[in-house]
Ligand binder design. Structure first.
Ligand code: ADP
Length: 460
């Protein structure tokens, strides 16, 4: 697996990029505002210094007294405190000559134009001297420029601290983003660890062994829910496979029984010459087994077909008519056993359903009722109840013992093989499947020795 493509790596990468973007924006804002205020502070100091020097040049009567040229700058001594803080103060004559100056750049040439209005200039870095900020104001007397007051300060301090700030921000932002990335990676790895377990378990699962489960502790979070769902799904699949295996085993056992019977009859007949009557009997027996086989295969086919997606064609049918026809055609079967088969015919009941499937459903139920009744008869009734069509098939037969009732709709389930020698136990399973396919309900009530009542509810 490509490590960059794992979810945790992508999560960490995104986190790094996002944090980097946020911190960069924040750092940029901090740097720009620090930059502005550092330069503003220098300019303010320069302006204040220059104005103080200019004010000092005024006499009490309002006239201006230009200082005499003096390298010791006696007139500026009162500003020594400003000079000690790095400010250079100069008074220039009208020809640009420095009359008096104190501070670092007292007598340096400061190559800036001498303006007619107060102005700032920046002298670029040269000969290992850092940039210098210069403020110059003209000294006016009767609108005549008689000299200039100039203040200057190196920008080294401001720029040094800005440089340090920039380095700190760059390192800080980079380190924090990386840290966030690592933290994100480990958090994601922790959060996603169960997913790796799910993957490993899914790999271990095969059709032969579906018993693997995650059994993760339930933290109530998304991954726990996923793991739970996964375990539930495994349980359902395991169940489904087990049922399928059971079905296949049962089916092959059931198919083998009539085949073995036929084989036995054939072997016996072939062993030697037999009277003609025995051959006839043997053919009858084989034919009976073949019938059984055919019924079984048909039943299995119906069940298997319904297993995938029960595609019932839906037509509007008249249930009353359908039941009347069915009871009429099955009546001879009942009468052959001296049983009555009564249909308590209701007014027409119409519903949307698959007619072939419904015929199969009621034939199975009626066939059972006739098969498992020795005395009395069968009453079929139909009606409507809360929007459902309801059909009842009640017999006065041998009934089904209570302990068997929960199982009779299972495939191949027979209450006892001796009393239902003809059936394979598929009839009710098919009936249940058909009712389910119509989103209906199939219920049974029975009392051993008294009779059985099947109730079919079909939504209309
Ligand atoms: P079979 O082909 O054996 O009849 P079914 O699935 O139709 O299989 O029925 C399952 C079992 O339920 C039968 O073996 C039978 O014992 C019992 N049964 C079904 N219908 C009735 C009934 N009307 N009266 C008594 N027992 C019944």
């Amino acid at each position: 697996m490509n490590p960059i493509r794992t979810l945790r790596a992508r999560f960490a990468l995104w986190l790094t990029v996002l944090i980097l973007a946020f911190l960069s924006a924040f750092g940029g804002y901090v740097y720009v505002s620090q930059h502005r205020s550092a330069y503003n502070a220098v300019d303010d100091a320069l302006m204040l210094g220059a104005e103080q020097v200019l004010a000092a040049l005024y006499e009490d009567d309002g006239s201006i007294l230009m200082p005499l040229p003096d390298p010791n700058a006696p007139d500026l001594v009162e500003f020594i405190a400003l000079a000690e803080r790095g400010l250079t103060l100069r008074v220039l004559a009208s020809n640009g000559e420095v009359l008096q100056a104190i501070g670092l750049f007292s007598h340096e040439p400061l190559p800036v134009p001498l303006p007619t209005q107060p102005a700032f200039h920046t002298i670029p870095e040269a000969n290992e001297v850092d940039r210098i900020r210069v403020y110059t104001i003209p000294i006016l007397e009767n609108n005549q420029i008689i000299g200039w007051v100039q203040t200057a300060q190196s920008l080294a301090n401001a720029e040094d601290s800005l440089d340090r700030l920039r380095t700190a921000l760059l390192v800080g932002v980079g380190a924090l983003s990386l840290l966030a990335g690592f933290a994100g990676y480990f958090l994601a790895a922790r959060a996603l660890a169960p997913i790796d377990k799910i993957t490993a378990t899914a790999r271990r699962i095969s059709a032969e062994d579906l018993s693997a489960r995650l059994n993760l502790p339930d933290h109530g979070d998304e991954v726990s829910r996923l793991a739970d769902t996964f375990d539930d799904m495994l349980a359902r699949i395991e169940n489904g496979f087990a049922r399928e295996r059971q079905f296949t085993a049962d089916a092959s056992h059931e198919l083998r029984t009539p085949l073995t019977a036929m084989q036995t009859i054939l072997d016996f007949m072939r062993a030697g010459e037999r009277p003609a009557a025995e051959y006839r009997q043997a053919l009858d027996d084989i034919s009976e087994e073949a019938d059984r086989l055919q019924n079984l295969v048909e039943g299995l086919l119906i069940l298997a077909r319904g297993e995938g997606n029960l595609k019932l064609q839906e037509d509007e049918i008249d249930l009353t008519l359908l039941l009347a026809d069915l009871t009429d055609s099955l009546r001879p079967l009942a009468e052959a056993k001296r049983l009555s088969l009564t249909f308590e015919r209701p007014p027409s009941i119409r519903l949307f359903a698959d007619p072939d499937a419904l015929i199969r459903l009621f034939v199975n139920l009626l066939d059972n009722a006739i098969k498992y009744t020795e005395r009395g008869g069968i009453i079929v009734s139909a009606g409507e109840e809360e929007g459902d069509a309801v059909v009842e098939i009640a017999d006065t037969g041998i009934g089904i013992p209570a302990e068997h009732l929960p199982h009779i709709f299972e495939r191949f389930y027979r209450v006892d093989a001796s009393r239902s020698s003809r059936g394979a136990g598929l009839g009710l399973a098919i009936a249940a499947q058909i009712v389910q396919g119509h989103r209906g309900r199939l219920e049974v009530q029975s009392e051993a020795g008294k009779g059985t009542r099947f109730t079919v509810h079909l939504p209309k």
